[in-house]
Design a protein around this ligand. Sequence first.
Ligand code: HEC
Ligand code: HEC
Length: 445
Amino acid sequence: MKIHSALRKRRGTPCRTDSMRPRFRPGLARHAARLCCIAGTAWLAGCGSGGDDATPTGQTGTTAATPQPTAAAQNAALIAAGKEIFRFDTFGDETFWSDTLRMHEVIPAAVDPATALSVGLKVDADALPAAVVDGIRNGSVGLKRPDTTVTLLKLNAVVGLRGKVETINGKDTLTRVGVTCALCHSTVDNSFAPGIGKRLDGWANRDLNPGAIIALSPALSVTMKAVYNSWGKGKYDPRFNLDGKNGPQVIPPAYGLANVHRITSTGDGEEVAYWNRYVAVTQMGGHGSFVEPRTGVSVTNGSDDLVSLKLPALQAYQLSLASPAPPPGSFDPSAAERGKLIFNGAGRCVTCHSGPDFTDANLRLHPPSEVVSEPEPNGAPSYASRSATRQYRTAPLRGLWQHPPYFHNGTAPTLEAVAETYNSRQELGLTPQEIADLAQYLKSL
Ligand code: HEC
Ligand code: HEC
């Protein structure tokens, strides 16, 4: 019982974080134990049994004679820990979202739930107690009242936002707010109402307008607000705050990456954890460091590190997220069969979109001259030119039906438009029927 004995040893002693260095492929048990330590056993599903372990009366209590947990069990604990981090961890980024951007002042003043839903924020129906559900249904919990947003934050029901709500003068008051990965990379299934339902982790929130949300901050200049407001729904520029160039990127899914070792549209990192560190520190404002000599980016927030130790679990969770299958009836199977022949034949798609994940990313990247999605719209500079690799990764084709628009800059609104773009840019000479069939095949992936 490596996890449990590690926990026992640590019990009563403060967690040691100073000597811990980020490692991408660490021993699972070591990291699970460390995570339990930093997170506190209460909130970490995978650590619950660790608590039981120390209690002789615990139903699931283990003894010295109990066999070691399998690698699968350890991985399951790591994934469970990663899920909590993905959904709920701010890495201390309240320093940015509250102290700098003062979003905790804006929300209670101006953001009622109807407004929040209109900028694409989602509400986790499972976090709502029955009384609140009834209140929303019968109108007594007003979706036009900013204090309802504070109530939802207190319930931890707004996907990707963490609020600290304290009672001040007898009133629930939002004193801090931060963001989590789920803000951009989770949505909900709308099962309760539009924008309210069960969480779908890894699904890009293409309704979210992160620029419009950031632009609400009273701390920004008019010029900065104009840039943020120019991005629009489902897009975010994860380099603007560092290089000052404006070229928003489509928020991609965080699922279907298990075997892909080039991360982001430019393949900047070989593991998800590379980019997770980048975003957590340089974009979300989490406490920790990110250094990349290839782009000259070097950012350190705070004097503590609230990111490194969480990366292995966070990565394990994302790698566990499979692409969603196309809904029944969403494509024409016989047209898709014909489209597959085009994909592998006259379309030459398979020359880059090869293998089970439909990408050659693990072997090579492609210069912008080979890619049909440049030049960028609105005169923006080449996104590749702003990246560490200066090239593009052949996009793995995963759950394509789920996440229009396509290409890193969202220039193809539909899969028909993708097929049409390849046909004209690469002079494939496909007939309209062949283009339509190819699009049906893409919808089936
Ligand atoms: C404000 C919105 C936003 C937040 C918050 C955010 N991301 Fe992203 N994420 C993006 C955008 C935009 C990209 C595309 C970057 C690119 O391709 O250059 C991206 C890319 C990624 C990718 C690469 C996907 C691929 O196909 O290779 C992963 C994985 C990812 N994010 C995970 C995370 C995790 C984990 C967190 C929390 C630590 C996070 N993101 C927070 C917007 C966001
Ligand atoms: C030279 C290599 C190459 C060839 C050939 C190629 N692709 Fe691509 N494909 C890429 C790259 C690189 C990207 C990522 C471009 C971007 O993000 O802007 C991409 C992106 C895509 C996307 C968007 C995925 C997303 O998540 O947004 C689709 C769909 C696609 N290709 C389908 C096709 C089809 C269909 C063909 C054949 C007609 C084809 N590709 C041929 C390299 C290629």
